[in-house]
Design a protein around this ligand. Structure first.
Ligand SMILES: NC(=O)c1ccc[n+]([C@@H]2O[C@H](COP(=O)([O-])OP(=O)(O)OC[C@H]3O[C@@H](n4cnc5c(N)ncnc54)[C@H](O)[C@@H]3O)[C@@H](O)[C@H]2O)c1
Length: 295
């Protein structure tokens, strides 16, 4: 299958990053969002990032050429005719089901329907469409334009040719592929990573160590570029909370139970960098200026 048009459904942190990478790779991209303000913000963030990457010599095309390949819309009907749909709305199954149903009506096979879900088994999302064989997971990590990898998840009914088309697509973005051959909740990235984040939050809850020391431990002790709290602030505490809740519901495993403290943080609006405060506090330019008080 020759892939030309990519539709990204959801214009948040991940959606705008995925749309940017696809536009940089030469695809005609449509980015769907729930409102004009969200889409304007997404376009502005993409323009800023593309300009930076171009200045550093990481993108050959002039920024204007990349941006010309990107269209934004709030009308789902405008997405008709794409070769690949990537759903990346909030991590709630009822919202994702609604999107999958709408895409099913809008885009007949052979168009692929992928989800960027962090945790929900793809087979559960594909259960609401008429042709589940064209569904699979393409799970990017944040920040998408900088991270060199995505995992591709095979659901029980995914057509092998669909899987390989997605592998080729991710490689065409200049990223490595992790092949996930079984549709387990949380896949590889989050299945391995989230339990350590949960444990880090529990250590703070117990008063065993502070967020800065735990982040330092994981950076200096394990060579990670960011500690769990720094990562959580970038990802969004609400997104992490939804992902953990979904994973805990799917598996019933204690290691994925969202800590109380995380729930309180989300309820207090301490959502991470996007809110100016999460585990840390940030100034208007995004520089870290302190540790947020625990709610
Ligand atoms: N943040 C990360 O690091 C990360 C990494 C990998 C995967 N993911 C997954 O990607 C998806 C999106 O996460 P994000 O980080 O971009 O979150 P985000 O909060 O930045 O964006 C969520 C998007 O969902 C939209 N949305 C919310 N309610 C909706 C509704 N009822 N109908 C339609 N759209 C709705 C919002 O407008 C927004 O565009 C989630 O499934 C998340 O688990 C996130």
């Amino acid at each position: 299958m020759v892939m030309r048009r990519v539709a990204v459904v959801g214009a948040g942190l991940m959606g705008h990053g995925i749309a940017q990478c696809a536009a940089q790779a030469g695809y005609a991209v449509q980015l769907w969002g729930i409102g004009d303000a969200e889409l304007a913000g997404a376009r502005a963030r993409i323009a800023e990032s593309v300009a930076k990457l171009h200045a550093k010599g990481k993108i050959a095309d002039p920024p204007a050429a990349v941006l010309a390949r990107l269209q934004t819309t709030t009308e789902m009907a405008d997405l008709a005719g794409a070769d690949l749909y990537i759903e990346t709305v909030v991590e709630r199954i009822e919202v994702k089901h609604d999107i999958f149903r709408r895409l099913d009506d809008l885009a007949p096979p052979p168009a692929l329907i992928a989800s960027n879900t962090s945790t929900i088994p793809i087979g559960r999302l594909a259960a609401v469409v008429r042709h589940p064989e064209r569904c699979l997971g393409i799970h990017f990590t944040s920040p998408v334009p900088l991270m060199p990898v995505a995992e591709i998840i095979r659901a029980p009914k995914t057509d092998p040719a669909v899987f390989e088309t997605a592998v080729a697509f991710v490689r065409s973005l200049g990223k490595e592929v992790i092949r996930v051959e079984k549709d387990v909740a949380g896949f590889v990235f989050n299945r391995v990573n989230l339990p350590s984040t949960v444990e880090a939050i529990r250590l703070v809850e117990m008063g065993a160590a502070g967020v800065e020391d735990i982040d330092k431990a994981m950076r200096l002790g394990f060579g990670r570029p960011m500690g769990p709290f720094e990562t959580a602030d970038m990802v969004g505490l609400d997104t992490g909370y939804f992902a953990l809740s979904a994973l805990w519901r799917e598996t019933g495993e204690e290691k994925f139970r969202p800590p109380e403290l995380l729930r309180r943080k989300v309820e207090a609006g301490q959502l991470g960098r996007k809110a100016g405060r999460g585990w840390y506090v940030y100034d208007g330019d995004g520089a870290r200026i302190g540790i947020a008080p625990l709610p």
